[in-house]
Design a protein around this ligand. Structure first.
Ligand code: UT7
Length: 322
């Protein structure tokens, strides 16, 4: 039997030009480079400028991914944008990307699973492609989390950044051991209040600010990120020893190290970019993929596990052959 798989054809990323270092933040709030580095591993973040929207970053990253794939906007019939910071409450940021890139008519929508958004978006696109409902998908993680920051709350304001990353996935027949091999998603609404934004169209009519019970998120993150790798591997028919890379959501260096330790995976096999991007929510994994591909670590044929957790709580893992 021919197996149709969602195969990676291209990738790309975009970050705002403006870099804000820990020292820059320390000039305006009661924090320090030492505290931020020691507790999170973050050195800097990119922050979107006035008039620079989530869809701008998404379209730039997606354009690069299409170019790498040797495809044009007319080849895309599915756009899935993972974001919790859409340009507007509606329509979907995916339709803004569709317009900015000049894609033809196709399916375009957003997926909202906060920091777990990218595994969610890849899983949804994978189902469209394997079921024959689309042939080429842009799967994008794009965020401007700086717009959700309460800059008077040093406990959250130092943690986040803006950016976008994208993959082009195409349906290919007879691709048994290539592309997306296994996906696993989960959510548990009992944790709703531990990481949320205190505004929204149905509650306050304001955008609101991010609120977080950091220590609870930390505790659960280590367990959920580790479990998601194991579950996605099981669905892919692989085990930990087969993996070339783990690409975790980039929230905190200490969380990432704890996941590596729990899974007994050497640090060299875990991609870390939180130092330069901070936590970019749904964009963190595709940004990390782009960087690891650019510096030569990630190569064609590598087996990789993506893993993320975020508000909800939501979590998910994807195992794919690059
Ligand atoms: O994508 C998922 C979303 N988020 C996460 O994954 C984040 C998960 N949580 C974390 O990464 C950590 O819990 C934080 C980095 C947020 C906090 O680290 P922590 O080691 O749990 O610190 P803490 O909240 O226990 O705070 C320790 C101290 C406190 O001072 P006192 O009460 O001990 O005097 C805080 O007020 O550090 C203080 N503090 C700061 N000091 C300097 C909190 N934020 C800052 C800051 N600069 N920015």
């Amino acid at each position: 039997m021919l197996s149709v798989r969602a195969v990676v054809r291209g990738w790309g990323a975009a970050v705002p030009a403006r870099v804000v270092t820990n020292a820059d933040l320390a000039a305006d709030m009661d924090t320090s480079d030492e505290w931020i580095r020691a507790r999170t591993g973050i050195r800097q973040r990119h922050i979107a400028g006035d008039g620079e929207y989530t869809s701008d970053l998404a379209a730039e990253a997606a354009g690069r991914a299409l170019e790498r794939a040797g495809l044009g906007p007319g080849d895309v019939d599915l756009i899935v944008v993972a974001t919790s910071t859409p340009d507007h409450t509606f329509p979907a940021t995916a339709t803004a990307v569709q317009r900015k890139l000049g894609c033809g008519i196709g399916v375009a929508f957003d997926v909202q699973a906060v920091c777990a958004g990218f595994p969610y978006a890849v899983t949804v696109a994978d189902q469209f492609l394997r079921l024959g409902q689309a042939s080429t998908a842009l799967v994008i993680g794009a965020e401007t989390f700086s717009r959700l920051m309460d800059w008077s709350d040093r406990g959250t304001a130092v943690l986040f950044g803006d950016g976008a990353g994208a993959l082009v996935l195409s349906a290919e027949a007879d691709a048994a051991d290539r592309g997306v091999l296994g996906c696993y998603l989960g959510a548990d609404g009992r944790y709703y209040d531990d990481l949320f934004v205190d505004g929204g169209p149905s509650t306050t009519s304001t955008t609101g600010y991010l609120r977080m019970n950091g220590q609870e998120v930390f505790r659960q993150a280590v367990a959920m990120l580790s479990m998601s790798v194991i579950e996605a591997l099981a669905r892919a028919g692989h085990d930990l020893a087969d993996l070339d890379w783990i690409v975790p959501h980039q929230a905190n260096r200490r969380i990432i190290d704890a996941v590596g330790k729990r899974l007994r995976v050497p640090t060299e096999k875990v991609i870390v970019t939180v130092d330069r991007h901070a936590n970019t929510s749904a964009a963190s994994i595709p940004l990390a993929l782009d960087l690891a591909a650019a510096d030569g670590r990630l190569r064609a044929g590598n087996l990789i596990a993506l893993t993320a957790m975020g508000g909800g709580f939501t979590w998910g893992g994807v195992v794919l052959r690059w």
